[in-house]
Write a protein of this length. Structure first.
Length: 75
């Protein structure tokens, strides 16, 4: 939706992650950096080229654990 409103894909990703965390003073969120919590989403495409690539999920790590997406999707 942010891209449709005129932001670039890179700006939309920043607005949904780091900028959002900074706005609410959630210092442990929004970036992969020392001292921060990080859930990591690995994609099969570059979302800064095409925002729809954000749907091409390869791997998801939450609290350091790899999530089995297939089992979640089949529930």
């Amino acid at each position: 939706m942010l891209v449709r409103l005129g932001l670039s894909p890179r700006e939309a990703i920043a607005a949904a992650t780091n900028n959002y965390a900074e706005q609410f003073h959630w210092n442990e969120l929004g970036q992969i950096a020392p001292g921060r919590r990080a859930d990591i989403l690995v994609l099969d495409g570059d979302p800064t080229v095409n925002i729809w690539n954000a749907r091409r999920i390869d791997t998801l790590l939450v609290d350091g654990n790899q999530i089995d997406r297939e089992s979640l999707l089949n529930k």
